[in-house]
Design a protein around this ligand. Sequence first.
Ligand code: SAM
Ligand code: SF4
Length: 474
Amino acid sequence: MGKAFDIGLERLVGGGVGEPRNNEAARLADSPSAAGSGTFYLETFGCQMNEHDSEKVAGVLLARGYRQVESADAANVVLYNTCSIREKAAQKVFSRLGEYRLTQREGQTIGVLGCVAQQEGEKIFSRAPWVSLVCGSASYRKLPELLAQLEAGNRRVTGLDTDTDETFETEVTRRDNPWRAYLTIIEGCDKACSYCVVPFTRGPERSRTSASILEEVRQLADAGYTEVQLLGQTVNSYADPSARKMRFSELLVAVAEVPGIRRVRFTTSHPRDFGKDIVEAIEAVPAICEHVHLPVQSGSTKVLRGMARTYSREEYLEKIAMLRAAKREISLTTDLIVGFPGETEKDFQETLSLLDVAQYDGAFCFKYSPRPNTPSLKMADAIPEEEKSRRLAILLEKQREIQRARNEQLVGRELEVMVEGKSKKEFQWSGHTSSNKVMNFTSRAQESLGDYVQVKVMGATPNSLVGEKSETGS
Ligand code: SAM
Ligand code: SF4
């Protein structure tokens, strides 16, 4: 849901994102086109990439002199960053826009960003005539220009091109977490899974140069960030566009070697491009976190073919075997879809049996949702909604028991945790392990958020670990 902050440019500049960045923010804020007194409210819905896009959008607006406020009521510009991956998410957009209409003030601009903006385009203006800006993620570079057009009196503006080879890099990202920084290294997707809107809403794959990624990581480390999460719809399909041609696994190592960086995460990996070199990088470099998110979607080769996933059940299981044989214990998570057109009971049973073999530490499970423009929309043998719900419930229950058993195996172990939260209950803290498990733990010390401590696992639930800070300390 929406993140709301009211911070000035000083916070951004003082946020310690490095000298060149500060100068750029100051230069943009001083520019004649700066909005000065403008305020914006930004609400975000959807995946981590949307959350991070919003951080970048906020950075761009702050650098233009806008101020971020905590409620739509207080804003001159209301921006809604949307998701259309499943029908329910897309439906929510128009009901939310309806709510904005009720509270819209005279002269207030309402803009739609993200996947629904790209998918629906100018149709949004007819369905919600109170909206005046529609911009998809592949056009975010144009946002300052679009806002300037609105400031100049234009009633309606759009940014809807996807035929770009540019990535949305900005000197002035406004980051929401003081220790963990997200960094998009590859945008868009060329994979064309038959059920998925992402190739239409985010455009073709475009990678950032390794030099610009590493420069940003150095600035982040200087600013005090210790964890970096590299993002991409298929992050491991990264293709360095510079002459250096750094491989994804080399990039992981290079990021982990930046002084001050203690944890490197990456998501989402596509099975087809997941090679031994990535496992070797994790084995060799402790700062690369021992967690891989490798969506399988289905355990049936027939369904995988229908989904155009480009691998079979057997090929996927070979990747799992490679990960399980690694010298470090790597936790594994996945995404699964039930009720894809033509999925029989036998296909579904194959998904269940794949869970037995893969032994995932976590899974995001979804009912298939038909999406506009996608090839699977026209496929025969749709599965009734009740049957999808039945399969989903069985899948969730099975995965829950697997997680409980896997987490229980960790009882007695000592794991490193980044301290991320303090509970209202005295002496209770929480954070994540390198394997990305949530740890709720007891410590009588006054912990500092962002620190790393050793915690002994005392108990387990399907979704988290319970621990006590070790006597050996941090
Ligand atoms: N790029 C990533 C990948 O290939 O795994 C993730 C893309 S998507 C944001 C996250 C997940 O949403 C997918 O892995 C898939 O399980 C699910 N998803 C995508 N389209 C869907 C659809 N039409 N119906 C149900 N689930 C869907
Ligand atoms: Fe969608 Fe497939 Fe691309 Fe993932 S790899 S974003 S599921 S098309």
